[in-house]
Design a protein around this ligand. Structure first.
Ligand SMILES: [Zn+2]
Length: 105
């Protein structure tokens, strides 16, 4: 996978400790219509960020958010999967069980 040079330049340093990122700590979570969602972890301070990057003719537009999600968790969250009826029913049952336990205690 290759990134536009503008995006790589914008993602070259950690926003917290300002150390240079190691490419191995960068992972693509999702790509769609010219937009890339990345997970980056700093080897120095271990802070992770989720970054939305878009290459434009004038350069890259990047917006980042610090996160406590690991790369694997980020990929799972960003997986292109719709919520199903089974998901809603499972959540309903879980909440009902939680409320039933709360009534007992
Ligand atoms: Zn750092």
């Amino acid at each position: 996978m290759s990134f536009p040079v503008e995006i790589l330049k914008a993602l070259s340093h950690c926003p917290v400790c300002h150390k240079e990122y190691k490419p191995a700590k960068l992972s693509i979570l999702a790509e769609k219509e010219g937009k890339t969602l990345l997970h980056v972890t700093c080897e120095m301070c271990q802070v992770s960020s989720i970054v939305s990057a878009t290459a434009t003719p004038g350069g890259a537009i990047c917006m980042g958010l610090l996160t406590d999600l690991a790369q694997v968790e980020g990929k799972r969250v960003c997986a292109d999967r719709s919520v199903t009826t089974d998901d809603v029913l499972a959540l309903h049952q879980r909440l009902a069980t939680t409320h039933a336990l709360a009534d007992i205690l």
